[in-house]
Ligand binder design. Structure first.
Ligand SMILES: O=C(O)CC1=CCC(=O)O1
Length: 259
């Protein structure tokens, strides 16, 4: 894999699937890494070249001083495309990955074929919970919020029926560097992408979770209403819908990308 450095940060990238197939680039959520997309690799590599990367501050990518911004994280994504020699990709982003996707859809539409925005929002109207979360993590590390976050990411039913899947993502969450996590929280807290939405000129599919408390259906439907021609589907999941409802997520997203 080529080493890709974007604005002083080495980004960890993995590529799988046929080299001559169109590329799908997956972008992770806050406090995860590229392994969150493991349930997508087998079905998507049947049709696509799968590109996954760890967002700055996460996983095996570097941690640079924060705060980060969604625009900066968008430029990182373009650096990954440039580093791999990809003129265009399909973009699949969940939560923060969807925030970066909104920025790309408005600022670099020529680099996108289709855009999937999953479990995301254009703005965090209440900043206080983010100030509180940052203070708690600075004082006690990610362990201080892990139980609460897992309770937001997955329904109780899923936590009981597939504890191994939850443990796997909790372990990634706990390994996320505090400085990287906080710098990304600051990007989420401070963003306001609402005015970009009507500029997105890329076929767009919005995926919401019926039980998502973090980026509720209304926030996803706001995006659907503002992005010209966008469609919305709602899965029986909380926030990390690509894991909790992997089969439905794969069917819906592949159906959109291949239509
Ligand atoms: O961790 C959360 O609370 C959910 C979330 C917000 C932005 C993101 O990427 O995940």
């Amino acid at each position: 894999m080529p080493e890709i450095v974007s604005e002083g940060c080495a980004l960890h990238v993995e590529v799988e699937g046929p080299a001559d197939a169109p590329a799908v680039m997956f972008s992770n959520s806050l406090g995860t890494d590229l392994t969150m997309w493991d349930p997508q690799v087998a079905p998507f590599t049947r049709h696509f070249r799968v590109v996954r990367y760890d967002r700055r501050g996460h996983g095996r990518s570097g941690v640079t001083p924060g705060p980060y911004s969604i625009a900066q994280l968008g430029r990182d994504a373009l650096a990954v495309m440039d580093g791999l020699g990809l003129d265009t990709v399909h973009w699949v982003g969940l939560s923060m990955g969807g925030m970066v996707g909104q920025w790309l859809g408005a600022n670099a539409p020529q680099r996108l074929r289709k855009l999937v925005l999953s479990n995301t929002t254009s703005v965090m109207p209440d900043k206080q919970p983010w100030h509180d979360r940052i203070a708690t993590v600075r004082a006690g590390g990610l362990a201080a919020i892990a139980d609460k976050v897992m309770g937001i990411w997955f329904t109780q039913d899923f936590r009981e029926t597939d504890p191994a899947a939850v443990e796997k993502i909790r372990a990634v969450f706990l390994k996320t560097p505090v400085d990287g996590y906080v710098a990304n929280c600051e990007a989420v807290r401070d963003m306001d992408l609402r005015d970009l939405l009507e500029k997105i000129a890329v076929p767009t599919f919005v995926v919401a979770g019926r039980f998502d408390q973090s980026t509720p259906i209304e926030a996803n439907d706001f995006i659907r209403r503002r992005v010209p021609g966008a469609q919305l589907t709602i899965l029986d999941a909380a926030h990390i819908s690509n894991i909790e409802q992997a089969a439905a997520f794969n069917t819906e997203v592949l159906g959109f990308l291949m239509s």
